[in-house]
Ligand binder design. Structure first.
Ligand SMILES: [Fe+2]
Length: 261
């Protein structure tokens, strides 16, 4: 009971603080990004096709491969070697820096969360079909059980059902949905990692749907990663993608070891 009250209190405080932050959002930003705001508020995501050309995607894929093979890059890999990640790639490669510094990403973040001048970094990821892989993100989760966030994600390769699409449970980011899942006992208060069984139960009780974000290379998507999501375990081929991370005040300490030196 105490845990439930604590989680409900955190939700209320988050709402109040975010509303205060959003008071300072300029009317230009507010009106320019209505579609993005409505998508993020309603379903939890917003998609733009053909954000990058195929040529640019292929050029960035070559750069990712080069960094992964290089001894001088700090590459994080999962135990199977399926998921290879270059965190902070914007700090060592100007092509990725240019992508990460796209003002549009920050303006959408500001419109949705009220956060200005965020701290963050760009992650470039390559995930391959190796048996037993959990998919990007290590299974179903919320990035935060409380705070609404916006990540900008860009596919660099074509993504089908089989090569690890981003999956998102539509509407699972909303306060109503989060609080209901606590009250009806599907999830424990504050829970942010979930088993397949828990997700199946959640979907059958709420009627919400898990969407496979299949799309062509070059597609950009914004997602509120408070909503439940994962990279689907990859069955064949390879998937390359970029993930823009943004935080309000500072980059969490546990990312320090992932920096490029
Ligand atoms: Fe995540």
């Amino acid at each position: 009971m105490l845990k439930l009250l604590n989680s409900l209190l955190k939700e209320i405080v988050e709402s109040i603080l975010r509303s205060i932050k959003k008071l300072s959002v300029s009317s230009d930003v507010r009106s320019n990004y209505k579609a993005e705001y409505n998508g993020l508020t309603g379903s939890g995501f917003f998609v733009i096709k053909n954000w990058l050309s195929k040529e640019t995607c292929n050029m960035l894929i070559d750069e990712i491969d080069r960094h992964i093979e290089s001894d001088r890059s700090n590459v994080w890999a999962d135990a199977l070697g399926a998921d290879n990640r270059l965190y902070f790639i914007d700090e060592i490669n100007d092509k990725f820096k240019e992508f990460y510094n796209t003002p549009y990403f920050r303006e959408v973040l500001e419109a949705y969360t009220g956060i200005k001048n965020p701290k963050g970094m760009l992650l470039a990821g390559r995930i391959e079909a190796i048996e037993g892989n959990l998919g990007s993100g290590g299974g179903w989760h919320r990035d935060s059980p409380v705070h609404h966030q916006t990540k900008a994600i860009c596919y660099l390769s074509d993504v089908s059902e089989n090569n690890g699409p981003f999956q998102y449970i539509i509407g699972s980011h909303s306060k109503k949905s989060v609080i209901k899942s606590y009250l009806n006992g599907i999830f424990a208060p504050g829970q942010f990692r979930f088993t397949e069984n828990e997700i199946e139960q959640y979907i059958s009780v709420t009627g919400q749907q898990a969407l496979d974000m299949t799309a062509d290379a070059g597609t950009l998507l914004f997602a509120d990663t408070k909503g439940i999501h994962r990279g689907k375990p990859i069955e064949s081929g390879v998937r390359y993608a970029l993930f823009c991370y943004f935080w309000d005040k500072r980059i969490p300490k546990h990312f320090e070891t992932l920096r490029q030196s």
